[in-house]
Design a protein around this ligand. Structure first.
Ligand SMILES: *[C@@H]1O[C@H](CO)[C@@H](O)[C@H](O)[C@H]1NC(C)=O
Ligand SMILES: *[C@@H]1O[C@H](CO)[C@@H](O)[C@H](O)[C@H]1NC(C)=O
Ligand SMILES: *[C@@H]1O[C@H](CO)[C@@H](O)[C@H](O)[C@H]1NC(C)=O
Ligand SMILES: *[C@@H]1O[C@H](CO)[C@@H](O)[C@H](O)[C@H]1NC(C)=O
Length: 814
């Protein structure tokens, strides 16, 4: 119908062209029709009515042409000057006619004088001045994601007041991946659109779809209206929970405390809301692990519920289930590995143990066997056994975890009688555990120590003339062994020191070691005695040692000095001759005395006790020399008698006196005249000696004869023994003088060199005491009353000296 131009100028031009075309249709029968587009500007010509009705302008004016409309509104006005109709008011077709077509304005052009009525129809032509529009700006839908394709959702219709092609023609939907549009005609012919689900929705992929629905009209230019469609996808429980891992692995030390969270399992569910509420549980198939672990059903935290013990269970397998509220589930495994912790100390089991071994056991003697266990594994279960380094033992590994404890050296019970052996078993864990086992081993005694005396030699002192049975000394030996091995007994060794058994002198108490005298000692007989004491223990075999006990016998002043010269014989008189011409200091004689005691007890001093003339003689106090102290005069009597006393220095002192006869004469006959008939005395003396010898010979002869006679009667054997015994037991006692004496440097003491020997019979026990004391038979009292010392039987070692002394003695009968 024309060219669509832009701009107002073109629009006006176009309208005018339209008017011109319309004008050609004017009815000459007083009725004209015009067409005019809506929305023309005011004053726009609608048609030349004067022309079209065939009226001239004058007529119009004279006739006061005017427009009459039935309703009050006048859209069209009459320009009487030009004879044209113009738009008086904006004409909106949609307002005027809505959907009615064609839309026309009807009015009359009235003329007066004469009155003429001309009907004018003005058809209002539609222009596309309205776009389709929706009543709502936005539409919202909520669709479950489970909605199946084909589901339909009605959409609002758009409205376009234009008519014809200018009105709503089509709809489009964008984007169109899930939905399509479908136009549906109602019964009454009206139409609406529906949105049809084409492909399934997935909330998990896209939760909201934003669509634009466009309504298009057919005008030119085309106009459109849009509405936003929001499709919310509602969740459906279409997803099962999924664990983050198929298998959870965790390692736990066995000493974890109760309540420790081991691990958190988690499952995810893509669904939303309650559809993703997951509950965690252990499957019943987890077995005994259910007692040990628990799971928080909400958080999935797995917690230790009971103590773990690697030694019992090394691994747990748990099946976990995650279930959402819709019942969809997933399962997973939890593998719990229990790690060993050094929580067990080693255990020592003693299999055998000998609690006592003898001290002479050789090294490598097995004392104990034991077995060590540690239930931990790996390093924690590796056990080492040791004992203290200083102990004389060794731990020997025999086989796997079996050990033996052996000795490492010899023992000495006397140093260490008992060992506390502590075996320490230590495992290799960190920190490590150790176990101690203490065993007490006793070392039993072996008799390896002899009794020991404190000193190699003991010296004991005893004063002579002791009473028999007196205790002299006690020896003691100690033995380091124990029990019977240390029970010491004492014995006297039967060593004859001086030809006599020590048992003759002393006895020893076997248990106490007390040594007692069995007899009275005589210093003059024995000065010193050595006995050998043996100490023997009770072991098997016994060990012994010996000691020498030196018994020193101490002197007592029990012997008076003994005058050796001048010899006093009963009935005979010895006189010294002093010539009258003798000078002062003439050695008259010398008193010789000895004392068998010793020391002070034998220290002799000489004094003149009595004298016929004290002024004539003196006695050397120390040497016993009798010397004249003045010239002998004729007045002095021939016969002088001196008494010299010899005293020893003992406490109390003992003494002896001797009478010395001195003849003051120049010749022997002179002396004899004073002292009597010497020859007669001598003859008498010789005769007496002869008779004595004869008598002795006769008695001896008779004795032997009688013995032989008895023996011949008695049993032959008996007689023999008897004879033997008697002959030994009745040895004649021969008086005897001390063998050797000498004046030593004028000190007056005599040096004795004696060798005493005890004479014994073969049967010493019977005759022990026989010679223990000086026998009465050995004492002799000479005519001067001098007590001479008792003589023991002595062997003369120097008989010559004695003979010599005796030979110079002159015997007189008193
Ligand atoms: C478990 O043992 C280890 C190693 O012995 C130690 O370090 C840790 O403190 C212990 N834990 C507990 C809870 O006792
Ligand atoms: C050994 O142990 C016991 C008891 O503990 C103790 O009486 C004894 O003196 C110990 N012995 C040694 C040699 O340590
Ligand atoms: C075992 O003995 C050793 C040394 O005597 C000591 O250090 C340790 O503490 C003891 N162990 C036990 C468990 O008594
Ligand atoms: C006494 O002991 C010594 C050394 O101890 C030994 O030589 C001697 O033979 C022993 N004497 C006796 C009689 O046993």
């Amino acid at each position: 119908m024309g060219i669509l131009c832009c701009g107002d100028a073109f629009r006006e031009i176009w309208r005018w062209l339209l008017v011109l075309i319309v004008c050609t249709e004017i009815s000459v029968h007083g009725q004209v029709r015009y067409s005019v587009p809506e929305e023309m500007v005011k004053g726009s010509p609608v048609g030349n009515i004067a022309q079209d009705l065939g009226l001239d302008i004058k007529r119009l004016k004279s006739g006061r042409a005017r427009i009459f409309t039935e309703d009050s509104r006048e859209y069209i006005a009459l320009n009487a000057d030009k004879g044209t109709l113009v738009v008086k008011e904006r004409i909106d077709r949609e307002e005027l006619c809505a959907q009615v077509t064609p839309c026309s304005l009807h009015f009359q052009v009235i003329l007066d004088n004469p009155m003429e009525l001309h009907r004018v129809d003005v058809e209002i032509l539609d222009i596309n001045d309205n776009a389709p529009s929706f009543s709502r700006k936005e539409m919202q839908f909520q669709m479950s994601e489970s909605a199946i394709p084909g589901a339909r959702y009605s959409l609002d219709s758009a409205h376009d007041p234009d008519v014809g092609v200018n009105t709503l023609q089509t709809y489009t939907l964008h984007p169109s991946d899930h939905f399509t549009l479908k136009t549906v005609s109602r019964q009454d012919g009206s139409k609406y659109v529906e949105m049809v689900l084409q492909t399934p929705l997935d909330r998990e992929k896209q939760e909201q779809h934003n669509l634009i629905l466009t309504a298009l009209d057919g005008g030119s230019p085309q106009k459109s209206g849009t509405v936003k469609i929001t499709v919310m996808v509602l969740d459906a429980n279409d997803n099962a929970p999924v664990f983050s891992e198929a298998v959870y692995r965790v390692s736990l030390a066995e000493n974890v405390t109760k309540g420790t969270t081991v691990l958190k399992v988690s499952a995810s569910d893509k669904d939303q809301g309650t559809n993703s509420d997951i509950t965690y549980t252990f499957a019943q198939s987890s077995g005994k692990a259910l007692d040990v672990f628990s799971i928080d059903s909400n958080t999935g935290d797995i917690v230790v519920n009971a103590p773990l013990d690697f030694e019992k269970t090394k691994q747990y397998e748990l099946n976990v289930e995650a279930v959402d509220s819709g019942g969809l589930a997933d399962t997973s495994k939890v593998s719990v590995e229990v790690l060993d912790v050094n929580d067990n100390a080693p255990v020592i089991n003693v299999i055998s143990f000998s609690s006592s071994i003898p001290e002479d056991s050789t090294p490598e003697t097995v004392i104990a066997m034991f077995n060590v266990k540690d239930v931990d594994s790996g390093k924690n279960g590796e056990v080492k056994c040791s004992i203290h380094r200083d102990l004389p033992f060794r731990v020997k590994s025999t086989s796997n975890n079996f050990y033996s404890l052996v000795t490492d050296q010899m023992f000495n019970r006397e140093m260490m009688a008992e060992y506390n052996i502590t075996i320490t078993a230590t495992d290799g864990g960190f920190p490590s555990f150790s176990t101690n086992k203490t065993m007490t081993l006793k070392i039993s005694d072996v008799n390896d120590n002899a009794p020991v005396f404190q000193q190699p030699l003991y010296t004991a002192y005893i004063i002579e003339n002791n009473s028999p049975g007196v205790s002299i000394f006690t020896v003691t030996a100690s033995d380091k062994d124990t029990g019977n091995n240390a029970r010491v007994s004492y014995f006297l060794e039967d060593l004859s020191v001086t030809g006599m058994s020590p048992a003759d002198y002393v006895t020893i108490h076997a248990e106490s070691g007390q040594i007692t005298a069995v007899r009275s000692f005589d210093y003059e007989q024995i000065k010193e005695l050595r006995v050998c004491v043996k100490a023997q223990d009770g072991g098997s075999p016994p060990l012994s040692s010996n000691v020498t006990l030196k018994i020193v016998i101490q002197d007592q002043n029990d012997n008076a000095p003994q005058i050796l010269y001048p010899v006093q014989t009963s009935g005979s008189l010895v006189a010294e001759m002093v010539p009258r011409s003798a000078d002062i200091g003439y050695l008259v004689s010398k008193v010789v005395a000895v004392d068998v005691d010793s020391g002070q007890n034998a220290w002799l001093s000489y004094k003149l006790q009595k004298a016929t003339d004290r002024a004539l003689f003196e006695v050397g106090a120390q040497n016993g020399e009798i010397r004249t102290i003045r010239q002998v005069t004729d007045k002095d009597t021939v016969k002088q008698k001196l008494t010299v006393i010899v005293e020893d220095n003992g406490q109390p002192s003992r003494s002896a006196t001797v009478n010395v006869n001195v003849a003051l004469a120049d010749s022997f006959p002179d002396a004899l005249s004073e002292f009597g008939d010497f020859t007669h005395d001598k003859e008498y003396n010789d005769n007496l000696t002869f008779y004595l010898v004869l008598a002795l010979a006769v008695v001896s002869f008779l004795f032997i004869v009688s013995i032989i006679a008895i023996l011949s009667v008695k049993c032959y054997r008996w007689r023999r023994e008897r004879m033997f015994y008697k002959s030994n037991g009745n040895l004649p006692i021969i008086p005897y003088y001390p063998p050797l004496y000498a004046d030593v440097g004028g000190t007056g003491t005599l040096q004795h060199v004696y060798n005493y020997e005890v004479c014994r019979t073969t049967d010493s026990r019977k005759s022990d005491l026989k010679y223990s004391r000086p026998s009465q038979s050995m004492m002799s009292l000479d005519s001067t009353g001098t007590l001479t010392l008792p003589h023991l039987q002595k062997n003369v070692t120097n008989t010559d000296a004695t003979d010599h002394q005796v030979s110079s003695v002159v015997y007189y009968h008193t």
